[in-house]
Design a protein around this ligand. Structure first.
Ligand SMILES: NC(=O)c1ccc[n+]([C@@H]2O[C@H](COP(=O)([O-])OP(=O)(O)OC[C@H]3O[C@@H](n4cnc5c(N)ncnc54)[C@H](O)[C@@H]3O)[C@@H](O)[C@H]2O)c1
Length: 435
């Protein structure tokens, strides 16, 4: 769909001159249930259920198996309305600058720091992710690894594959009664807490935000406090820039002798050279790492890491959330969000725009108005509508930081003048019309 190229159209089809896509985007949306004009580009092997769901809604879907670099992506987005990515595609300001028709980005994963969220927001491009779909998969992998490392299973396994019978119990423990320290008590950390307790572990956690302790978990006042007495330390922090290198030589040194380190959160939070030294010295008895500072872009690419070849260290290729169940759920969830945004302008759970959802009454037209969050915008929009005799059937406004998002359902056919006046309000970032 070449949104914005002709300017918005009134219900009667009259074209209105559009503002520059960079400053203001005034876009005529496809009719509800008539999304044939929309094109989606899905990268990085997103689950086929997303393709099916978008195609069933009439959206044309193109797919590519890997991530694209900045120039490739910018060229591919020239005529694309919806972009779907996973964690490898970097969506920069420069890419967005060259994507005049882009309406929304679906991150078919949890993390969104691969996307310049602010640059997307100021262009009226909504970003959605799947915050809960693979939580359970990550938790199950963490539990499997904690048990495997506490029992030294990887060493027993490789010895036996090498033909060596080693039935010793030395260094092998039950997890029951051992203390798990969870750093980052969000969706994943808190669910891990519940399951680890059900296995008989004692749980401590440290989070920078105030979090409700579940079950018998103990909140710790500082990371150092947690490191001092935990048998297993598992990182589940988010990808905010301030978390770069939060776990380095100092933190490994403060861990209890014989403890196990687990990181299934972000690669850049931990110093792998320091971890290597603490494994080789025997200070730590094992580690499981699923995420790396530099990860190969494509299937089959070479992988290098300071952690390769170390004893009782499990390395996995960023598969914490990669189960068929999670991928399918993510596919459904994010495709549903993109579809809903196209059809209704709904932004519930968007990670960069104000969150708005409004049931649309049949027979109304919807104006989706993104604007700078300054006093008086609602009054000005409503004055334009009132002056032109347009009745408001439903309306909801939400703000987030510097942006406000207003959905207005109007009962009469709006005129070209109404759209022009709303587009030209100095506060308008974008205006979309959903008939
Ligand atoms: N390995 C995988 O395949 C995989 C899959 C899904 C998610 N993840 C990653 O797991 C991490 C956690 O995901 P989530 O859904 O639980 O996120 P979340 O946002 O729900 O929770 C993150 C928590 O970490 C806390 N936090 C942030 N920085 C901290 C710090 N320096 N010290 C202590 N606490 C801190 C936050 O306050 C929050 O409570 C994310 O980084 C996500 O990208 C990895």
């Amino acid at each position: 769909m070449t949104l914005g190229s002709d300017g918005p159209r009134t219900a009667a089809g009259a074209a209105v001159e559009a503002a520059s896509p960079r400053s203001k985007r005034s876009l005529a949306m496809p009719k509800r249930g008539d999304q044939e004009a929309c094109t989606a580009l899905l990268l990085e092997n997103i689950h086929p259920v997303a393709v099916q769901q978008l195609e069933a809604a009439g959206i044309t879907v193109r797919t590519a198996p890997g991530a694209m670099d900045e120039d490739e992506l910018a060229a591919a987005l020239a005529d694309v309305d919806l972009l779907g990515i996973r964690s490898k595609t970097q969506v920069t300001d420069k890419v967005l600058e060259q994507a005049p028709h882009l309406l929304a980005i679906g991150a078919f994963c949890i993390g969104t720091n691969q996307i310049d969220l602010e640059a997307a927001a100021v262009r009226g491009i909504a970003v959605f992710n799947a915050p809960f779909s693979n939580t359970r998969s990550v938790v199950e992998l963490a539990i499997a690894e904690i048990i495997a490392l506490t029992r030294r299973l990887t060493q027993k396994d490789s010895a036996l594959h090498a033909g060596k019978w080693d039935k010793s119990a030395e260094g092998a423990h039950e997890v029951r009664g051992r203390r798990l320290g969870i750093v980052g008590y969000g969706n994943i950390g808190s669910q891990l807490s519940v399951i680890a307790e059900s296995l008989g572990m004692s749980v401590s956690f440290f989070d920078v935000a105030d979090k409700l302790a579940l079950g018998n978990a103990r909140r710790r006042g500082s990371l150092d406090d947690l490191l001092a007495d935990c048998d297993v330390v598992s990182l589940h922090v988010d990808g905010r820039p301030g978390n770069a290198g939060i776990f380095g030589e100092r933190e490994f040194a403060r861990m209890k002798p014989g403890a196990i380190f687990v990181n299934l959160s972000r690669g850049f939070v931990a110093d792998h050279e320091a971890l290597r030294e603490h494994i080789l010295s025997g200070h730590l008895s094992g580690a499981a790492v699923d995420v790396f500072p530099q990860e190969p872009k494509r299937q089959g690419d070479d992988f290098s890491s300071a952690l390769r070849g170390l004893p009782n260290v499990i390395l996995t290729p960023h598969i914490g959330g990669s189960t068929e169940e999670a991928q399918e759920d993510i596919g459904h969830f994010v495709a549903g969000k993109l579809q809903d945004f196209v059809a209704t302008g709904g932004t519930t759970l968007s990670v960069n725009l104000p969150s708005v959802g409004l049931e649309q009454a049949p027979g109304t037209h919807r104006l989706a108005h993104l604007h700078h969050n300054v006093p008086g915008v609602l009054a000005r929009v409503n004055a334009v509508l009132a002056d032109r005799g347009v009745n408001i059937e439903g309306q909801v406004l939400t703000t987030r930081g510097t942006l406000g998002y207003l959905l207005t359902d109007v009962g009469l056919d709006y005129t070209a003048e109404v759209i022009k006046e709303l587009t030209e309000l100095p506060e308008t970032v974008s205006l979309r019309i959903i008939d």
